[in-house]
Design a protein around this ligand. Structure first.
Ligand code: ARG
Length: 459
């Protein structure tokens, strides 16, 4: 039986403890990065004349063969493989014998796992950033088609003021952009090589840390070996950024769920992304946004788990760190698949019901602010105008009429400065068009934003 530990150990592990201790079932996810890191390390050892270049070549070739075994599914996990690092080394020794035992010179699993995890997360950040952009584009296409579609705008979930639907969708594009920027920022701090820090103190083996850093495309090397092997800040930072992505997706999900209800009827779900009920034949359920909203919880949970796992750890490496992986892997998978599902939902899963939307914006008092603004522009102090319009709305509610239903005489009774141009001001199109402050919902402003985003996406 192959022996993992040094001759200090006489007995093998209790079989239950062996399984309990192992991470191979999940850290096999890191096989690509583990091979990459080992190839860089071995070439560096040759450059530093720690091993010969023919030895390095032989090890590299074998590592590349092992990579192929992993990707075509022929790699067999051995019961003694505690983790991916041991598994690769064990297989290397099986393949090339004693020479394989030179691979781990000047290296520890502590700097190895830190390297692998950074390499893995760096790739995944690129993937998620791309997922974010795809969702932005799907939202953008809907926005572009709906500049002049109006939707009630809400505060406190009470009708407030009508909006351009494009403006509403662009709000999510902004959020997703901040999400992208945050990931780029995380990547800057993550993209530093810990390789060569060894167990915690560095090593007396002559290493060229810049060589491995360059080979692995890191932008720099870490400067404190103790910190390098015990730093998981980047995992937490990523989980926090991922949590905010899920917050944004969950808010958007909640809106789609509301909009698709009969009460709102602002969107119709297509058959592509909705499901039926096993009992009630009339039903069409918004499972996709509901699932995304639900999945937000597990990502927040992973963030909490990571923070708690790290907070009491003395320097440097502690086995607790092994617990970072499942949380991180599931965070990546959940965020990436949720983004993709939301993208499909906006590409082909819903259709805005322009009829219901236009009915909604013409049948309420969301133009009341505009009457107050109208009076204010005629010289009435705004606070006074606000009070007057409040009373007028109350009167209309009692009579069961809308502001646009009032006759000119009634308007004159309300306030002598009102003329018949008031009717134009009351139409929802005008209400929206007039909000031309920077960042506002006025069509010209929203169109400027559409142009800006179109240029960005075309780059
Ligand atoms: N499987 C371990 C982890 O994920 C690798 C590092 C183990 N290092 C050690 N000194 N036991 O953290």
């Amino acid at each position: 039986m192959a022996k993992t530990w040094s001759d200090r150990f006489d007995q093998g592990l209790n079989p239950f403890i062996q399984k309990f201790n192992a991470s191979i079932n999940f850290d096999i996810e890191l096989f690509e990065e583990d091979i990459d890191g080992s190839i860089a390390h071995v070439n560096m050892l040759a450059k530093m004349l720690v091993i010969s270049s023919s030895e390095a070549r032989e090890i590299e070739t074998a590592l590349k063969e092992i990579r192929i075994e992993f990707s075509n599914g022929t790699f067999k996990i051995h019961p003694d493989d505690e983790d991916i690092h041991f598994a690769v080394e064990r297989r290397l020794i099986e393949k090339i014998g004693t020479l394989g035992k030179k691979l781990h010179t000047g290296r520890s699993r502590n700097d190895q796992v830190a390297t692998d995890l950074r390499l893995w997360l760096r790739k995944k950040i690129d993937l998620i950033e791309n997922n974010l952009e795809e969702l932005q584009k799907a939202l953008f296409l809907q926005a572009e088609n709906n500049l002049y579609t109006l939707i009630p705008g809400y505060t406190h979930l009470q009708r407030a003021q009508p909006l351009s639907l494009a403006h509403h969708l662009l709000a999510y594009i902004e959020m997703l952009q901040r999400d992208r920027d945050r990931l780029i920022d995380v990547k800057k701090r993550l993209n530093i090589s810990p390789l060569g820090s060894a167990a915690l103190a560095g090593t007396n083996v002559p290493l060229d840390r810049y060589f491995t850093a360059k080979a692995l495309d890191f932008i720099d090397i870490s400067t404190n070996s103790i910190d390098a092997v015990s730093d998981r800040d980047y995992v937490v930072e990523f989980a926090a950024a991922a949590s905010l992505i899920m917050v944004h997706l969950s808010r958007l999900s909640e809106e789609v769920i509301l909009w698709s209800s009969e009460e709102f009827s602002f969107v119709k779900l297509t058959d592509r992304c909705a499901t039926g009920s096993s009992l009630m034949p009339q039903k069409k359920n918004p499972d996709v946004p509901e699932l995304i909203r639900g999945k937000a919880g597990r990502v927040f949970g992973h963030l909490q788990a990571l923070l708690t796992m790290i907070k009491g750890l003395p320097l440097a490496y502690n086995k607790d760190f092994q617990e970072d992986k499942e949380a991180l892997f599931d965070t990546v998978l959940t965020v990436s698949t949720s983004l993709k599902a939301m993208t499909i939902l906006f590409e082909e899963g819903l259709v805005f019901s322009t009829k219901s939307l236009s009915l909604a914006v013409t049948s309420d008092f969301s133009n009341a602010t505009d009457v107050a603004d109208y009076l204010a522009m005629k010289g009435v102090p705004f606070r006074e105008a606000y009070q007057l319009v409040g009373a007028l709305v109350k009167e209309c509610l009692e009579k069961g009429v809308l502001l646009k239903d009032l006759s000119l005489n009634e308007w004159k009774d309300f306030h002598p400065s009102v003329c018949d141009d008031i009717y134009k001001k009351l139409s929802p199109e005008q209400v929206v068009a007039s909000r031309n402050s920077q960042g506002g919902t006025g069509f010209t402003r929203v169109n400027e934003q559409l142009i800006k985003w179109r240029e960005k996406f075309q780059k």
